[in-house]
Each structure stands twice: as structure tokens, then as C-alpha cells.
Design a protein around this ligand. Structure first.
Ligand code: HEM
Length: 131
């Protein structure tokens, strides 16, 4: 909500979509069955999760078996590893204008939060992903 209040363009667009889907059909009440038609709101939510992940640091892991190499880093046995989802979600190597709240970046884009796109992990990834 804060991001939408800061950018009235986004707020107007989201509001217009909700009105079009619900009031446009002559309906005056909320109906869950039409939620999947709120495409822009979906992008707004994805963008909110990208910039403001409710779990910015994922649950800590420990390297328990053997020394491993992660990129150029040696991770010794018994090392606690904490994944910084907040930082990854706004890494300028993967996101253009990474700091900008811009829901349209998810338009016609296959990136989602289901754990296969490692640059967007508000729900984590892998075996312990949020079910
Ligand atoms: C916006 C809402 C939510 C966000 C952003 C979120 C995010 C996360 C994250 C980041 C993790 C850790 C993943 C990891 O460390 O790799 C997690 C784990 C988990 N979440 Fe969520 N979560 C949300 C809602 C929920 C809800 C509503 C439930 C249950 C009704 C739930 C149940 C769980 C459970 C059980 C785990 C542990 C999975 C495991 O360790 O195997 N989450 N969630």
C-alpha cells in the first residue's frame, strides 16, 4: 500500500482494474472466482514481495557434510549459511532499475516466486520452500 500511495500511477491502474473486473460486470460485491482476472494486482503483489520480502533472511542452514565451494567462496563444514533474499531480490545484475517499484517488470515475464528463479525468492527455494 505504501508503494502504491507513493506512486499514484500504480494505484490508479490497480484500482481501475479492480473496478473493471467487479463493477464493470455490473457486480457490486467481491467474488473470489474472478481473482485470476486481476493481472495487474498480481504484478503489484509480486513487486511488493520482491522489494519488501516479509522474510528478508531465509532460515539459516548449516553446511554439515563436507567443505563445499560456492562461487569463489570456500564454505567449511559446520558453517552457518544465511541466504539474504532481500539483497538477491534487488540485485542489479538481474533486475533493471532494481530499486524502483515497477510492477510492469513482471508483464510477459516468466519469472515467478515458485523457487525456480533464484533471483526472486520471497518464499525461499528448494526442499524447504514455503509450502
Ligand atoms: C506472504 C506470505 C508468506 C511468505 C513471504 C512466506 C515466506 C516463507 C519463507 C521465506 C520460508 C523459508 C523458506 C526457506 O528458508 O528456504 C517459509 C517457510 C515456511 N512457510 Fe511461509 N511464507 C508466507 C506464508 C505462509 C503461510 C500462510 C503458511 C502456512 C499457512 C506458511 C508456512 C510455511 C512453512 C510450514 C514453512 C517451513 C517449510 C519447511 O521448512 O519445510 N507460510 N515461508
Amino acid at each position: 500500500m505504501s508503494e502504491m500511495i507513493r506512486d499514484s500511477r500504480v494505484l490508479q491502474k490497480a484500482r481501475q482494474e479492480v473496478r473493471q473486473v467487479y463493477i464493470g460486470d455490473g457486480q457490486s460485491h467481491f467474488d473470489e472466482a474472478k481473482l485470476d482476472r486481476l493481472k495487474y494486482l498480481d504484478m503489484v503483489i509480486a513487486e511488493s514481495l520482491r522489494l519488501h520480502p516479509p522474510v528478508p533472511l531465509l532460515a539459516p542452514r548449516e553446511n554439515r557434510d563436507k567443505k563445499v565451494k560456492l562461487n569463489s567462496y570456500d564454505v567449511p563444514v559446520n558453517t552457518k549459511v544465511i541466504v539474504n533474499a532481500w539483497m538477491i531480490n534487488r540485485d542489479p545484475r538481474y533486475w533493471t532499475e532494481a530499486e524502483r517499484f515497477f510492477p510492469e517488470r513482471f508483464m510477459d515475464c516468466s519469472t515467478d516466486y515458485k523457487g525456480t528463479d533464484f533471483h526472486f525468492i520471497p518464499f525461499g527455494a528448494g526442499r524447504r520452500i514455503c509450502p
